[in-house]
Design a protein around this ligand. Structure first.
Ligand code: PEP
Ligand code: MG
Length: 939
């Protein structure tokens, strides 16, 4: 490799006597891994030099010198300058130039650099070593007066500002005046004469401001510059930055100073400067990517004054250098085993590498480069998996907004990722009506309830003005893989007027909006989205993840469609099928309501008879889709009044119907008001306009509403979350659970007879004592016997319990006697352990708790290891004491969250179950958890 610098051998390295503390390290000797001592930039320059890259010669003054300087009355520690001067000699030897030489001067840059990158927070001085004499040497050597004065005025300004504290405005004013006088618009239009004038005026201005002449002695310049960089560690900018990003002394303590021989990309048309990526950071393609400018300095690329050229054009302009750049790229990647983002300068036909760091890439590029770097033998599969944060994968699985410059209309919480556009609608019926008519709609609600489910199915996305990331809207939308922005408090929804207001703006039904569930922003109008893609590279990477992990990943899914999607995402089963979601579909809800308002056992059984075949068909489809994987079906969980409209709504509807009856104001009016009636009136809607029996039908509707209202009143609970739900409901209304068990087992028997290898698992919610489980098991055994008798085949199934109340954890040893498996419902377990209702907590005080560090993480997102985690540990230990091989999983929202997945792995769970689109994230997180064991052990 060509270089104008002489090879520095080990022997020529300056030895510091053993008795003295060593503060200065040449790039040939510094430990490239010791960022704490040499700063990130310094360590990197050492490493690049030592692997044979053409780095300009230089040395690093350590962070220890900085801390000693700052704590010792701003005195450089003894010998520092001696060591610096010795190393300057080494740089002089390598460059063949002398510092301060009036004929061929060595110029250096003086740069800061701490262990952690703090972009722009500390200071840098370029072209140090220029004075009135050396300037002429530089001009003579380069035969370029303009270049010489340009370098000089840049140096005076940087040194004046950083080392002597002269404000930028002093220089800017002079610069603009000269430009104006010369009639020049852009800097490169300035002549050598203009730049000379600027330099002279800058020198006078510095003298004026500091009351001292600008230092001419280059060694004095060097010492002042070193101290100035050290001082910048305690400058306001740097201190604020460290506070903001929580950079504590154990992460970065002091800045190092890097002194590097200057190389110039602006020495003519055989010089250039540029930045490169070893691969395309947008796509991950294995091609060099970057930009360069001929005859320019790095600042010109950054300032955007000239448009840089794509790096492949260098192959035409300077073919030999392009080849060298390709070699540099190969060396960087094979050494760092990571995509690099590097800076280079070509000075008079010689290529120098000035800096390199790991390249930042989007998720698609990260995945592609990981897979390709394994195929090239650069990385092991484990390294490739570790390279990607599991949460990054999420970006790839949902449509996202394309480039746009729209201002958001409102902001809420990013509750379910993805982006979607559609017309606003303010109630679920309307969403369903328009959705069936082929319109794209966004369901906008204050908050959603289980009875809105049909609106979710029909909508492209959900927007609520109340509720957090684990509100009903968020959980259901995530389960369906639809975008959701929750808790956008600036939006006031008025369902009656079919409009919403945001400040002084109004959104009417039918207005288009776009929501971005990844950021929480809401926009007016349609912003085009970019479709997600489950690429072959992602499939390959996740197959490696599955091979590496021990924790299995299942999905939470409630429909055959959801099951099919879960399979595509790589789930190896369904860990939670919430049967109440099936009850809410619009063809079932009227039957469910009939079942709830039934006055006699017979009436209830009649309604359940109608539900049985529907549920059975659902289960058959889901089981078949997932075969041979298991499907965990949870028996009904919510309190049944959740399937009825609220008393308030019912009263309003009754008032409306009574008014309608009194005024008998005609069929069309009546028809138009029917959107207020609930699903059981859909049939009425069809016959109404034709038979003219308007009043009779209104009476029928009134009487139906009255019975529903009566029932809703009877079922009213003070605290439904802790009320008549889950297994409590199942034991007091046994016919509901029996119907569900029958539907599951008949579906299983039918599938088995058809030769399909299905594996249903019946799961009981809200269990707090083994006695409850025993009772449900009696139903299961009874039903299994009748199904076996009817089908001539014993249905295959497992029976287990959710662990979602505190007492269940405490009685895990007893529960394990009755259960084949446990599944942690950490949504409810977290509510129970904290006594926080999740919606209220997220809306009212969790943000405050996080800000004040009372509770750092939201326990509904990340498992609270100290509380909920300990309860889980007890349940696992005691459960497995009774039944050593007990299968245990988790199906709460935490099952898709990487830190919580790590915890589940540590606890020895068998599986996690999460919403379909989070399955790939969970697969990678499960692999990280297993691979991380070795790393944790090594620490
Ligand atoms: C849970 O409580 O964690 C759970 C999965 O049940 P749900 O969210 O349906 O209450
Ligand atoms: Mg629960």
């Amino acid at each position: 490799m060509e270089t104008r610098f002489k090879e520095v051998t080990r022997q020529s390295i300056v030895e510091t006597p053993k008795t003295k503390q060593k503060y200065v390290f040449s790039f040939h000797e510094g430990d490239g891994k010791n960022k704490q001592l040499l700063g990130g930039k310094g360590a990197n320059l050492c490493e690049m030099t030592q692997i044979g890259l053409n780095v300009p010669p230089g040395f690093v003054i350590s962070t220890e010198a900085c801390m000693s300087y700052l704590s010792g009355n701003k005195q450089l520690p003894a010998d520092t300058m001696e060591q610096v001067l010795e190393h300057m000699k080494e740089v002089e030897a390598a460059t063949g130039k002398k510092f301060g030489d009036p004929t061929d001067p060595l110029l250096v840059s003086v740069r800061s650099g701490s262990a952690l990158s703090m972009p722009g927070m500390m200071d840098t001085i370029l072209n140090l070593g220029l004075n009135k004499e050396t300037l002429h040497g530089l001009i003579q050597q380069t035969r370029n007066e303009r270049f010489g004065y340009d370098a000089y005025r840049r140096f005076i300004q940087l040194f004046g500002k950083v080392a002597l504290g002269v404000p930028d405005e002093v220089f800017d004013k002079i610069f603009e005046e000269v430009k104006h006088k010369a009639g020049v618009k852009i800097d490169i239009g300035l002549s050598a004469e203009n730049l000379k004038e600027i330099s002279e005026r800058f020198l006078l201005a510095v003298k004026d401001y500091t009351q001292k002449p600008f230092p001419e002695n280059v060694y004095e310049q060097l010492e002042i510059a070193i101290k100035a960089v050290f001082n910048s560690w305690t400058g306001k900018r740097a201190v604020d930055y460290r506070r903001e990003f929580n950079i504590t002394p154990d992460l970065a303590n002091g800045t190092a100073v890097n002194i590097v021989a200057m190389v110039f990309g602006n020495m003519g048309n055989d010089s250039a400067t540029g930045v490169g990526f070893t691969r395309d950071p947008g796509t991950g393609e294995n091609v060099m990517f970057g930009e360069y400018l001929v005859n320019a300095q790095g600042e010109d690329v950054v300032a955007g004054i000239r448009t840089p050229k794509a790096v492949h054009l260098l192959a035409e302009e300077m073919p030999d250098l392009h080849k060298q750049l390709e070699d540099l790229r190969d060396k960087l990647e094979s050494h760092y085993k990571e995509v690099q983002d590097f800076e280079f300068t070509i000075e008079k036909g010689i290529l120098y590498c000035l800096q390199t760091r790991n390249g930042k890439m989007n998720a698609a590029a990260m995945v592609r480069t990981s897979v390709e770097m394994v195929q090239q033998g650069l990385l092991t599969k484990e390294e490739a998996l570790f390279r990607i944060k599991p949460s990054t994968i999420e970006q790839l699985l949902h449509p996202r907004l394309g480039a746009h410059d729209q201002e958001p209309l409102a902001q809420g919480l990013p509750a379910s990722p993805g982006a979607a556009s559609g017309q606003c609608v303010f109630d679920a019926d309307r969403a369903e009506f328009l959705g069936h008519a082929g319109q794209k709609v966004i369901l906008v609600r204050e908050e959603t309830k289980p009875e809105d489910i049909h609106g979710f199915f029909a909508a492209q996305g959900i927007l609520t003005s109340r509720g957090g990331k684990t509100s009903h809207a968020a959980v259901v939308a995530r389960g369906m893989g639809k975008p959701c922005v929750a808790g956008a408090e600036g939006i006031k929804v008025d369902v009656k007027l079919r409009q919403a207001t945001i400040g002084d703006k109004t959104l009417y039904e039918g207005d288009f909006i776009t929501i971005d569930g990844g950021t929480g922003y809401v926009y007016k109008g349609v912003i085009p989205t970019v479709e997600s893609e489950f690429s072959n590279e992602l499939k390959t990477l996740l197959t490696w993840a599955d091979e590496a992990s021990t924790l299995k990943v299942m999905a939470n899914a409630d429909t055959p469609d959801g099951a099919a999607k879960a399979l595509q995402f790589g789930a190896v089963g369904i860990g939670l099928c919430r049967t109440e979601r099936m009850f809410n579909a619009s063809d079932r809800l009227p039957i469910v309501v009939e079942m709830i308002i039934a006055n006699t056992d017979h009436e209830r059984e009649e309604a359940l008879k109608q539900l049985l075949p529907i549920q059975k068909q659902d289960f058959k489809e889901i089981l078949t889709t997932m075969a041979p994987h298991p499907v965990t079906i949870r028996l009904l969980d919510p309190p049944i009044h959740e399937f009825l409209p609220s008393e308030e709504e019912l009263k309003e509807e009754l008032q409306h119907l009574r008014h309608l009856k009194e005024t008998a104001s005609g069929v069309s009016n009546l028809f138009s008001s029917l959107h207020l009636l609930h699903a059981e009136n859909l049939e009425l809607k069809n016959v109404l306009p034709f038979n003219g029996k308007g009043v009779e039908l209104i009476e029928l509707a009134i009487s139906k509403k009255e019975s529903i209202l009566k029932k809703a009143h009877e079922l009213h609970e003070v605290n439904p979350m802790l009320g008549h739900r889950g297994v409590r409901l199942g034991l007091t209304y046994p016919e509901i659970y029996k119907m569900q068990i029958q539907a599951i087992l008949e579906a299983a028997a039918e599938c088995q007879k058809e030769g399909i290898d299905v594996h249903p698992e019946i799961m009981v919610p809200q269990v707090c004592t083994a006695e409850e489980l025993k009772q449900v098991k009696v139903y299961v055994d009874e039903v299994a016997k009748t199904v076996e008798a009817a089908y001539g085949i014993r249905p295959r199934f497992e029976f287990g319990t959710m662990i979602e109340v505190v007492r269940a954890c405490m009685e895990a040893d007893e529960l394990a006697k009755e259960a084949d498996f446990f599944s942690f419902g950490t949504n409810d377990l977290t509510q129970a352990a904290f006594s926080f209702s999740r919606e209220d907590a997220e809306n009212k005080f969790l943000p405050f708790y996080a800000e004040k560090n009372i509770l750092h993480d939201n326990p509904f997102e990340i498992i609270d290891r100290n509380g909920v985690g300990k309860l889980m540990k007890i349940a696992v230990e005691w459960g497995r004491k009774t039944k050593p091989g007990l299968k245990i999983g988790i199906c709460g929202e935490h099952g898709g969250q990487p830190d919580s997945i790590k915890f589940c792995h540590e606890l020895g769970l068998n599986y996690v179950s999460c919403s379909g689109p989070r399955v790939p994230v969970a697969r990678l997180a499960a692999a990280h958890a297993k691979l991380g064991e070795a790393v944790d052990k090594a620490l």
